[in-house]
Design a protein around this ligand. Structure first.
Ligand SMILES: Nc1ncnc2c1ncn2[C@@H]1O[C@H](COP(=O)(O)OP(=O)(O)O)[C@@H](O)[C@H]1O
Ligand SMILES: [Mg+2]
Length: 286
């Protein structure tokens, strides 16, 4: 898949924005879009999902239902998606139709922790040591070379801490090996005993202009985001490093739209954790 973006065009109200995924992020976008006079069509399998409560129309179907995807393309001037586990084929179709300005590439990368880490490594940015394992034996070998504590995660499909287990010490190795046997494509990462978790959210336009939002500081409980404080209380050096890392990745991946990058801060070093596409509107309609 290419890093190509769609041709630039300005969509004015009352244009229609299609959103794949109707959760809380889609809902927040719908609030802003409706205030600006846009119309919203949302595709989500759950009737009356949070976004649908504010949208002009809901297409109630699975994210990979191609008939529903075609229907969404037909009634939208531009389409975006709300989370990274959207069906890749559906996104590629939207791109072919000229409806998805950010293209499917960022989605393809962020759906897979191995691809994500490869991009981060190519960009020469600090990341926790990791190993990709595709079976129990490989996991056993990898654990000999990685220090404890560490964490094993599925390479795709995880969110809110689902699809990962912490390996506190050697005693947990058996559980990790079992996890690797069951999930086939996993990543084992060294645990970063971070001082803080932060995220950099930015919007990049089709011409490559980047606007950074103030850096956010995130507290998780049970692997689920509990509280975000903005701006993060981090030093100027950490801010610079975080913004630099986000800018490098944004340009390297030719991101269009709004994007979030999660990072761990330890002793003024900023390690990249994972990234997630957000919504497109600002980049496309401004
Ligand atoms: N290598 C790591 N070192 C320290 N903490 C981690 C590590 N990997 C994950 N975590 C913790 O688990 C949370 C969820 O992991 P993450 O990789 O962001 O997956 P997701 O958000 O997709 O569930 C992180 O926000 C962080 O608190
Ligand atoms: Mg995360």
């Amino acid at each position: 898949m290419q890093k190509n973006n769609q041709g630039s065009k300005v969509i004015l109200p009352p244009g229609t924005i299609g959103i794949i995924g109707g959760g809380q992020l889609g809902r927040m976008m719908a609030v802003a879009a409706k205030q600006m006079g846009y119309q919203i069509v949302v595709l989500d399998p759950t009737p009356n999902c949070p976004t649908a409560q504010l949208a002009d129309q809901q297409i109630t179907a699975a994210y990979d239902d191609m008939d529903a995807i075609k229907q969404l393309a037909e009634c939208s001037d531009v389409v975006t998606y709300e989370f990274e586990n959207v069906d890749l084929e559906a996104a590629a179709y939207m791109e072919q139709q000229g409806k998805l300005p950010q293209g499917a590439f960022a989605l393809e990368v962020t759906q897979n922790r191995e691809r994500e880490k490869k991009i981060m490594r190519e960009a020469d940015l600090p990341i926790p040591n990791f190993s990709i394992v595709t079976n129990g034996r490989a996991c056993e070998d990898a654990l000999k070379h990685i220090s404890f504590p560490s964490v094993i995660k599925t390479c795709s499909g995880g969110y809110d801490g689902k699809g990962q287990i912490k390996i506190r010490a050697e005693e947990d190795a058996k559980e990790a090996i079992h996890f690797a046997e069951q999930n086939e494509h996993c990543i084992i990462e060294e645990w970063v005993s971070f001082d803080k978790e932060i995220s950099v959210i930015f919007t990049r336009s089709q011409s490559g202009e980047i606007t950074f939002f103030p850096i956010a500081e995130n507290d998780h409980k049970e692997h689920i985001l509990y509280q975000t404080t903005v701006p993060a209380s981090v030093s100027e050096i950490v801010k610079e490093k975080a913004i630099h890392a986000a800018g490098v990745l944004a340009n390297q991946m030719n991101i269009v739209g709004t994007f979030a990058i999660e990072m761990f801060v330890k002793d003024e070093t900023v390690y990249l954790n994972e990234m997630a596409p957000r919504l497109i509107t600002q980049a496309i309609i401004r």
